[in-house]
Every structure is written in C-alpha cells, then in structure tokens.
Design a protein around this ligand. Sequence first.
Ligand SMILES: Nc1ncnc2c1ncn2[C@@H]1O[C@H](COP(=O)(O)OP(=O)(O)OP(=O)(O)O)[C@@H](O)[C@H]1O
Ligand SMILES: [Mg+2]
Length: 468
Amino acid sequence: MIALSLAEIAEVVGGQTHDIPDPSVQVTGPVVRDSREVEPGSLFVAFAGERVDGHDFAHAVVEAGAVAVLGTRPVGVPAVVVDDVQAALGALARHVVRRLGATLVGLTGSAGKTSTKDLIAQVLRRKAPTVFTPGSLNNEIGLPLTALSATDETRFLVLEMGARGIGHIRYLTELTPPKIGLVLNVGSAHIGEFGGREQIAQAKGELVEALPEDGAAILNADDPYVRAMASRTKAKVILFGESDEADVSAENVRLTDSGQPSFRLHTPSGASDVTMRLYGEHHVSNALAAAAVAHELGMSADEIARALSEAGSLSRWRMEVTERPDGVTIVNDAYNANPESMRAALRALVAIGKGRRTWAVLGKMAELGDEALAEHDAVGRLAVRLNVSKLVAVGGREAAWLQLGAYNEGSWGEESVHVSDAQAAVDLLRSELRPGDVVLVKASRSVGLEKVADALLETGAEGEVAAR
Ligand SMILES: Nc1ncnc2c1ncn2[C@@H]1O[C@H](COP(=O)(O)OP(=O)(O)OP(=O)(O)O)[C@@H](O)[C@H]1O
Ligand SMILES: [Mg+2]
C-alpha cells in the first residue's frame, strides 16, 4: 500500500484511535484480513465472522509486525475503531485509489472473469507495473483489499467485479472508480438469485454506467445483452467479438490438436497471430476482451499477440490439463460450472481427445432456478452430440437430469452412467480408465469435484511407482 499514517487512516475511515502512542506512525505494508498474511508495516483488518473473530488475533498480528488493527472495539494494542469494518475498508480503498497514478480497469460478466482478468494482467504487465485481483477475490472485501495492495509504482490496477444482485457492481465502482470497464457476457450464473437474464444484464451494466466520459466501455459484440449496454454509458465504446461490428476480432479461429485456440488477432492498430497456451475455444473471447483493453491502453497488435500467446493459467482448477505417467490426460475444470462453460469445456475435451477415448465427469450446475432441468438435460444431450465416449454424471437430482438428457439423445448401455458421489466416480474411473483416455472433470464449486481430479492424479503417480 502507499504509506499512510494512522492519524490519516483514522480520519479517512471516521474512526477513533485507541492505544496508539504515536499517530504519525505509518502503515507501509499490505492491508490484510488473514493474520497469517501479516508483514511488518501491515494494517490488520479484523472482521468478526461466525466462527472466527479477527479481534482475537490482535496481539498476535502486532507481534508479527502489524502497525495497527482496524476493528470494531479496542483490543489492547494500537487500533483504529469504527462501527462498520467493511465500510471503513471501502473508504480507505477509495481514498488510496484517488491518490494513485494508476489507470483502473474493472471487469465483470457471468463467466470468464478470472480467466480474462489473468490474461489482461499478463498482457498489461509487459508495458508497466500491474496489480490485479488475486484468484477470484471479486467482492466487497476482496476488491478493496486488492486495490490497497497497489503502490506508487503501480500503473495499471485490474479489478474483477462480481455481483449477486442489483447494486453490487455499483457499490464496487464507487470504491474503485474504473476508467475502463469490460463486460464479458450475460449468462445464467446465479440466475436463481437475480431472477432472470434481464436482471443480470441490469446488474452487470452498472459497470459501464460508472465510467467517465473520457473512459472506455469494452463490450462483447456477440452477446446481445452486453452489446445493448452501449446505450448506458457516457464513455467511448469498443466492441470485441466475431460480429462484423467488432473493433477487435479474431480471424481463422481453430483449435490446435492439443485443444489450444489459434487465430489472427485484429485490432484497429494492426493484426498479428496468436496461439494460446490455454485450453478451450471459450478463451478466444476472453483473449479478444483482453486485447481490446490493451489496445485502448496503447499496446500494439504484435505486443498483445505475443503476450496472449505466452500467457499461462494463473488461477487453479480452470481447464488444468495434466498428463499422467500412464498417458491418461486429466482436464480439471472443477472450479465452477454454468451452461456456457459446460459447453465450452465439452468442446475442448473433444478437441484435446481427438482419436482418443473421452470421459466427461460432470456434476450439477448450481443456482439455475427454473432453468435447471432444461439446462442439465441440454448438457447431457450435447455430450452425446459431440460424441464424448463416456458421460459420468455425479451427484443427486441434477446429475440424474444430465444422464437422462444423454440417454434421451441416444446414448445406450454404459455410455452414460449416474453415480451418487465423488467417491463412486473415482472408484468407477480407477477401474475403467485406460492409457490414452482423456477425462474432463467439471461441476459447480459446491460439488467439490476437484477431489475426483486429485484422486485420479494420485492414481497415476501410484501407477508409476508400481511400474518401476
Ligand atoms: N468466455 C467464457 N464463456 C464461457 N465459459 C467460460 C468463459 N471463460 C471461462 N469460462 C469457464 O467458466 C468457468 C469459470 O471461469 P472463471 O473462473 O474465469 O470465471 P468467473 O467469471 O471468474 O467465475 P466466478 O463468478 O466464480 O468468479 C470455468 O470453468 C471456465 O472454463
Ligand atoms: Mg472469478
């Protein structure tokens, strides 16, 4: 964080200082909420959760070098005391980003935020020091903590913004007002909580409403809900996608034999070839979005294409492809699932598995509301249409719908099976997998299917030991 004295912090957050002998002492280290992340110079933010109360760690964090605690009560060590810790954290972030010389990039969408944020960061950091959301910390606490990790050197601050309802993105843009706002897509993630796609579009569009006149709204030309957001912003609009209207687009898109997208990138300042290290055609759209941001920030098509071609996966369990010693390939996309990402992942599985036996180990897509039955049925059917060799549907009712969709689309015998839980899936796969098979593992976060991927990778390692 940029250096701030405790007196200034107390003033910014409207707090009382307690047990602070010298209010001119500065916070220079990171602002953290996890006591294990404290470093000398840190400010420790104490949240009182259901199970753990951050205030209980006050003495320990000061011993570990924290300058003070930001909390709701005096704790016997230097503290800034406020009524509402979340509001105080937000106020501090707003104060700090105003003082930073960095350009803020905010992005949202139903699917692909983290993947795209990681791409944007890997492109922009070639040009200048870039701070970006770690993992998927995109909410009212993760976002200000990320913003507070910027320093005087930071030129670009890239922030993932998540929403579970109307007003959430607006709140985040008030803390950290973006100059560039990117909306990826309006899908069906959290549709149950939102009430429908119109509401999701309303919520995501709050990002472009917050942009200044000299800013840029970067919109997916191929998604009608996102395209329509052009009328909700004062900022300049830059479109990306396959549509003829798009300012940033891809030509000759194909998947290499290993399932990695390759295309010619077109930007208003030129064209250049990209072959990605990431897997799955859905990353083309993410790459174009990242390219549009980088173009707006003055990078050339060649620079952008090179960075996109070298970008790796920074966040775990997103199309993580691992080759087992026995030649079985595990594609771990267990981080999350929604109908769009299920379809993209199945297509990637089929590309990676061309000429090989392919397995789709799938579980439920959460939060689909009234669309749940139809969407699970459709994914089951798509697996059959794409000619995936084996579908293993894992879990309760939704898994049954997946399997029934496949059955009704014409799978027969053991081409599609329904098992009750992750352990049953592991047992089945351990006995059935053969060298050369490719296995995709994917479901919503709550299903925890990464356990299946982990177990299968351990099996591979044991296999290697046994073979020696
Ligand atoms: N453009 C895209 N379209 C559809 N699916 C995508 C796209 N990009 C990534 N995905 C898939 O969506 C899932 C989530 O990806 P990612 O973590 O990047 O999204 P997110 O929007 O950050 O999710 P969250 O809301 O959990 O933060 C992954 O399974 C990934 O394979
Ligand atoms: Mg995310």
